[in-house]
Ligand binder design. Structure first.
Ligand code: AQP
Length: 341
């Protein structure tokens, strides 16, 4: 697996996505979207708004259309250029569901039983959880393999699903004695591959956390950012003196990683700069950095969201491009399986 830098193989196609579930946050940006931008100049990039994934949780089914446009606006505002990259909504391209069924028929249940995200999300209510939540990683494998993608830039939380996708691709290739599917490489890179909650350094920053104080949303105002960072949990110890003194201080480590990712400076330099001080000046500077980054994105998102015609045309062109590639691949897959076509 590649955790920093990339190597060139096969078609050089990059694929990734975000669910349209509202509350897009700093974790989605630093762990995923920010890292997509640089790929656009050297590779074919496909960035999807994964609404079929979103409906696996009933509370997410309320504002799919509105949130899908919000994700599209966030992509563009963060630097994804529709002229260079394909941006589209997953449910507009039927190949995703079709391939998910085909791959599901080739995936042993034992592999899915190992997935920790299902266990976390289903909780004690496993028997009542929808089948879609259980088979979510198969749909994710279909998203990636439908385009024969080589690289998948994601946050650390998606590592296990990516490993399953690789197993599914290898299993399919073995079954049909083919090398049709490339084995995609997860790209988990940057200083903030797992951004944690501002309230609890052991919990991932997440859209579904009931406390808005736990995350920085991409739509937060400057005031909200300042207050959230001021109130972000630290501990009673002084600012760390080196990386070693971050052990067992997950909240402090998280804030330093966010600082490092936004400023694009190594965490060692940040620690050197602030050690010996209390957290006040560090938090002030972190707020300033976040405001300068997030306010640009949120202002641009607002502008884009007021222009429905433009956003609709981007998503419709993107779906056309995605259909073109995926329909060709589905045809090939059907030939390999020897469906009557
Ligand atoms: N906290 C995070 N740190 C780093 N990366 C993260 N990602 C999500 N949270 C963090 C990355 O963002 C991309 C899109 O995620 P998603 O919206 O498809 O789903 P998710 O991972 O389920 O996001 P949430 O916020 O945790 O949503 P809920 O609360 O609904 O479960 C992925 O690349 C992911 O790794």
């Amino acid at each position: 697996m590649i955790e920093s830098g990339i190597k060139k193989v096969g078609n050089d196609l990059v694929f990734s996505g975000v669910q349209p579930t509202g509350n897009l946050h700093l974790g989605n940006y630093l762990g995923a979207i920010k890292n997509w931008v640089d790929f656009q100049n050297s590779k074919k990039c496909i960035f999807c708004i994964v609404d079929l994934h979103a409906i696996t949780v009933s509370e997410n089914r309320k504002k799919l259309d509105e949130y899908s446009k919000e994700v599209a606006a966030a992509y563009i505002a963060s630097g994804i250029e529709p002229k260079k990259s394909t941006i589209f909504v997953q449910s507009n391209v039927k190949g995703h569901s079709e391939l998910a069924w085909i791959l599901g028929c080739h995936t042993p249940i034992g592999w899915l039983n190992r997935m920790t995200q299902f266990k976390d999300k289903a909780g004690k209510n496993k028997e009542k959880a929808p089948l879609g939540l259980y088979s979510y990683p198969v749909l994710m494998a279909a998203d990636i393999l439908l385009y024969k993608s080589n690289f998948v830039p994601v946050g650390e939380d998606q590592k296990q699903h990516l490993e399953l996708c690789r197993d599914i691709a290898q299993g399919f290739n073995r079954s049909y004695n083919t090398d049709f599917f490339p084995i995609p490489e997860p790209i988990i890179t940057g200083a903030a591959t797992r951004v944690m909650s501002l309230k609890d350094g052991k919990k991932k920053m997440s859209k579904s956390d009931p406390s808005d104080q736990s995350r920085i949303n991409l739509t937060d105002s400057n005031d909200q950012i300042i207050k959230k960072i001021q109130r972000a949990r630290t501990d009673s110890l002084p600012f760390p003196e080196n990386n070693k003194s971050l052990e067992d201080r997950p909240e402090v480590e998280n804030l330093i990683n966010i600082f490092a990712s936004i400023s694009e400076k190594p965490s060692e330099n940040i620690i050197k700069e602030y050690s010996g001080n209390d957290f006040k000046s560090f938090k002030q500077d972190l707020s300033d950095l976040l405001i300068s980054k997030i306010s640009k994105i949120s202002n641009e998102m607002k502008k884009l969201l007021s222009d429905h015609v433009y956003l609709n045309s981007i998503l419709s062109d993107g779906a056309k491009e995605a259909k073109e590639i995926s329909e060709k691949n589905i045809k090939e897959i059907k030939k390999i399986i020897k469906f009557y076509i």
